[in-house]
Design a protein around this ligand. Structure first.
Ligand code: GLV
Ligand code: MN
Ligand code: MN
Length: 405
């Protein structure tokens, strides 16, 4: 199968005809269809297929028990109304790179793995990278069992309904011990490559980032009959906090976003009793991130007090700065530059990835493919097919350099 035909097979799965975006959420039907596609690709190539205890899918060429395996892949789930490339580009490119290496007649001296990590985006249960976090021991079984979606369905219930055993989940150190290098290819989620005129980049670092839940609790009341002076309206303090987040991010040269909100009772003609907003904030360093989040919390407390509203803030997830393995990064840069006059820029990113989670346990690197508009987490996300094919070649070169004689 060519890159093009694999891409075409995945395109309709989980796509909303209303928005044109993808809704491939963990343990849903769309997710199951993506997983079935992965298994079919693995078996069709004669690879050994397995699902691990955390629901991540693996396809092996050679026996991983030999150790020092080279693994590539990404994820197939999406954010709400996400683009086609974030995640799937890395998985499709992995299979296409293996096909390319077979065409080249490459002789593998190490086991090669292709992986689809489950629930990378955290769109359903609120926590990103659940599959890789569990495997790396960065999320405990107890924490995972408490994850609940907007309908009140817990992660174990959702896994069970999808035919997986939630009692099996947990850290999988032996699996990670067998991996010598992990390389994730990903669409770039910014415009650095477009601006520099390069098709491919290598990741340097991932900014520290996290998610914080802000609960503003006031008093539900009639929107027509309650005097303004008598209201305890949490929407006001929430709205002021959104503006404070923007201000703090600007001051620190960071980013801060309230992109998700839940309102109770959520009636047009009712003053809300609860406004729950989720802050996503990221910065180049920990100090700046602390300054942003500390500043937003302080402002939120002041605004809540001014409106007679109670405030509760909970950190739901956090990933410290990730500095990718320098030796592997330099090795990839050397491999990609061999025989060409190509220089491959090293880019930092504010986006989270399974590669970032694994990097604490395994030498890890990332390749980025140019995205001409930089748009991501939106149906407008895009990479040109010739850039995607250049990404496959770069990944094949990288895997050949790492896993073949
Ligand atoms: C995942 O894509 C994230 O950065 O939130
Ligand atoms: Mn993403
Ligand atoms: Mn991604």
């Amino acid at each position: 199968m060519t890159f093009h035909s694999m891409w075409a097979e995945l395109l309709p799965i989980g796509r909303s005809s209303a928005s044109g975006g993808y809704r491939r959420f963990a343990w849903t039907e769309a997710d199951a269809d993506c997983r079935a596609w992965f298994e079919q690709q693995a078996r069709g190539r004669g690879l050994a297929y397995e699902t691990d205890r955390n629901g991540n899918q693996w396809a092996w060429l050679g026996d991983p028990a030999r150790g020092d395996a080279v693994v590539t892949g990404s994820h197939l789930d999406s954010v709400p109304d996400g683009g086609a490339f974030d995640g799937p580009l890395g998985v499709v490119s992995a299979f296409a790179a293996l096909d390319e290496l077979r065409r080249r007649g490459a002789r593998f001296t190490k086991p090669l793995g292709i992986v689809n990590f489950g629930d990378e985006e955290g769109a359903r249960f609120g926590l990103a990278c659940v599959g890789s976090r569990l495997t790396a021991g960065a999320l405990t079984v107890e924490q995972a069992h408490r994850l609940t979606d907007a309908e009140g369905i817990t992660l174990p219930q959702a896994m069970e309904a999808a035919g997986y055993d939630p009692d099996a989940i947990g850290a999988d150190p032996h699996r990670l011990d067998r991996i010598g290098a992990f390389v994730e290819l990903h669409v770039e989620q910014g415009r650095a490559l477009d601006l520099s005129g390069d098709r491919i980049g290598i990741a340097g670092a991932i900014w520290p980032h996290g998610r914080w839940r802000f609960d503003f609790r006031g008093e539900a009341n009639h929107a027509g009959t309650t005097r303004l002076a008598d209201r305890r309206d949490p929407m006001l303090s929430y709205a002021q906090t959104v503006l404070a987040a923007r201000r703090e991010a600007e001051l620190a040269g960071a980013v801060a976003t309230f992109g998700k909100i839940a309102v109770e009772p959520n009636g047009v003609n009712a003053v809300p009793s609860l406004v729950r907003g989720w802050l996503d904030s990221r910065a180049a360093d920990q100090e700046s991130l602390d300054a942003v989040v500390g500043g937003v919390k302080k402002a939120a407390r002041e605004y809540a007090a001014a409106h007679g509203v109670d405030l509760d803030v909970e950190r739901e997830s956090f990933t410290p700065v990730v500095e990718f393995d320098h030796a592997l990064r330099d090795e990839l840069a050397r491999i990609l530059a061999t025989g060409t006059d190509l220089t491959v820029p090293v880019l930092g990113t504010g986006a989270g990835h399974d590669a970032g989670i694994l990097s604490g346990r395994v030498p890890t690197a990332m390749l980025f493919v140019r995205n001409p508009t930089g748009v991501s987490h939106s149906p407008a996300e895009f990479a040109a097919e010739d850039d995607c094919v250049a990404g496959v070649t770069a990944l094949a070169d990288a895997l050949e350099g790492l896993a073949c004689t």
